[in-house]
Write a protein that binds this ligand. Structure first.
Ligand code: PEP
Ligand code: MG
Length: 551
């Protein structure tokens, strides 16, 4: 047995034979041509064919991995049609009187180099995409097909690196796992692998020799290891793990695509909580109906200085576009207390959880607040974004916030920047004061989302960070349950919808209770969506209420 170690980009177990994938590298020769315009026309034809292939790949990927995973092929189509790229190829053909294949290869190399020299890691990652589209155009010029992998039985694909189009062309039923010698965790390959739910390991030094082809192997995506010719005890251990994984997956698969509706017809939205764009693959994989809480402060926490409007805009836009019209609730920054960023220079406080945090910082530093609001509003032109404000205690606060939002909208109108004029505004219910004012607050906003983590801490007067108080902490405290009912009733009376985005939302022992209370949405970590859906589908709310004497 030989063990190779790399970096896991998606967990899971795969057991099967290795299949070494070798690229169909085209050899391009430089040839003189007499009729340069005919060559330019041949290039135009190849471009058209390439676009058609990419469109087909896009449609295939949408079916297999969803809109987000398929986006790359739209991006590739744009690259094929990029004016600078086309101009460069045509210039080379005309000025050097050479064949189109050579001009494309030359342009591809130059553009790739340019991207590789860029400082931004994202753009460096795009060099692989340039290479991918250039090879595809050359393949079309040479009259080749769209490529693919040959294999009769499901295999573990081992490759140097895989271009996104290569992974999508492969027949998914025949692939157990991806293992690549190179590749980056940010590459579309790993994103696609994640979305496809296939264990994948990158940076793994498996030799790409013919002898490796057909060898028995185990990929352990939890450990980031590949066992080639595994010992019998390892094989037995991994088979057990695989069985467990398969049982879990089968259960969850059956629930994908189903509506969240109870036996007696009550519907509820099940959304996902995220902290950054890396979580998006999980959101799609687990079939979330939207994003109910994007903790935007993680953008600030991951930065050495205030993130600029454009940096934030790019992130919000990506989330909105990936969710393709599904609701994305962005919570404005909730810094302070347990989430500190040095550059905010917040004063030392005796009781930070009761101090300058969240919306209080935004209202005392309107410049920071407005930068974020501008970024969110600009991104709202690219999907269905809502804005949510944390740690609210009063109607006055909400009125002030709305004034600031109106100012930012006006500024954007003045410079003709597009945004969603009807963007939904909501607040988090995290303080007992907000619970008591639910109906009045509801009249001011479109929705509520209960932050049970903070609401519990402020209601029970127990620091959520202090583990030594665990014996006093009761997440099902009847007082808290009463509050949750008050919130949803107040919301509905005041004309707002209500959800829960704190951890309690994913407590499966309370799902029936939340349905009975009338909650419209639960937002939970992506992995909890399908287990929650299972309960919703099995619940009869009317009967539950009767049982509990609630009606
Ligand atoms: C909450 O308080 O329940 C919540 C969702 O916000 P956070 O955990 O980020 O404070
Ligand atoms: Mg909170």
């Amino acid at each position: 047995m030989i063990i190779y170690e790399g970096k896991s980009v998606f967990s899971g177990i795969a057991i099967g034979k290795l299949s070494v994938y070798k690229k169909n590298e085209q050899t391009v020769k430089r040839e003189k041509v007499a009729d340069v315009e005919a060559e330019v026309a041949r290039y135009a034809d190849a471009r058209e064919k390439t676009i058609e292939q990419l469109q087909a790949l896009h449609d295939k990927a949408v079916k297999e991995v969803g809109e987000a995973g398929a986006e790359i092929f739209e991006a590739h189509q744009l690259m094929v049609e990029d004016e600078d790229y086309i101009e460069s190829v045509e210039n080379i053909i005309r000025s050097q009187c050479v064949n189109a294949e050579f001009a494309v290869a030359e342009t591809g190399d130059n553009f790739q180099k340019m991207f590789l020299e860029m400082e931004d890691e994202y753009f460096r990652g795009r060099a692989a995409d340039i290479k991918d589209i250039s090879e595809r155009i050359i393949n079309c010029l040479l009259g080749g097909g769209s490529g693919g992998i040959e294999s009769d039985e499901p295999v573990i694909v081992v490759a140097d690196d895989l271009a996104p189009s290569e992974t999508v062309q492969m027949d998914k039923d025949k692939i157990l796992s991806f293992v690549t010698v190179h590749g980056s965790a940010n590459s579309h390959t790993s994103i696609l692998a994640k979305t496809m739910n296939i264990p994948a390991i990158i940076g793994c030094p498996v030799p790409l020799t013919d002898e490796m082809n057909g060898k028995e192997a185990v990929v352990d995506g939890f450990e980031g290891k590949v066992y080639v010719d595994p010992d019998p005890d390892i094989l037995a251990e991994k088979k057990k793990l695989l069985l467990k994984e398969q049982e879990k997956k089968a259960l969850l698969q059956q629930l994908k695509g189903k509506e969240n509706v109870t036996l007696d017809g009550q519907k509820i939205n099940l959304y996902a909580n995220i902290g950054n764009t890396k979580d998006l693959a999980l959101v799609l994989e687990n079939d979330a109906g939207g994003i109910g809480l994007f903790r935007s402060e993680f953008i600030y926490l991951g930065s050495d200085d205030y993130p600029t409007e454009d940096e934030q805009f790019a992130i919000y836009k990506q989330v909105a576009q990936t969710m393709a019209g599904k609701k994305v609730i962005i919570r404005t920054l909730d810094i302070g207390a347990d989430k500190q960023a040095d550059y905010f220079n917040l004063p030392h406080e005796e009781n930070p959880a009761l101090g300058l945090r969240a919306i209080r910082i935004c209202l005392t530093r309107p410049d920071v607040f407005k930068t974020q609001l501008r970024a969110i509003l600009r991104a709202s032109a690219y999907g269905k974004i809502s804005i949510m404000f944390p740690m609210i205690i009063s109607v006055d606060e909400v009125k002030k916030i709305k004034e600031i939002v109106a100012e930012v909208k006006k500024e954007l109108d003045e410079i003709g920047v597009d945004y969603d004029k009807n963007i939904e505004l909501g607040i988090m219910i995290e303080t007992p004061a907000a619970v008591m004012m639910a109906e009045e607050l509801a009249k001011e906003v479109d929705f509520f989302s209960v932050g049970t983590n903070d609401l519990t801490q402020y209601t029970l007067a127990i620091d959520r960070q202090n583990q030594s108080l665990d014996e006093f902490y009761d997440s099902h405290h009847p007082g808290l349950m009463k509050m949750l009912k008050m919130v949803v009733d107040g919301a509905h009376k005041g004309g707002a919808w209500a959800g829960i985005c704190g951890e309690l939302g994913s407590d499966l022992t309370l799902t029936k209770e939340f349905l009975a209370m009338g909650y419209d949405e639960l937002s939970v970590s992506p992995g909890r969506i399908l287990p929650l859906r299972k309960i919703v589908l099995e619940t009869n709310v009317g009967e539950y209420k009767k049982e509990k004497g609630l009606e």
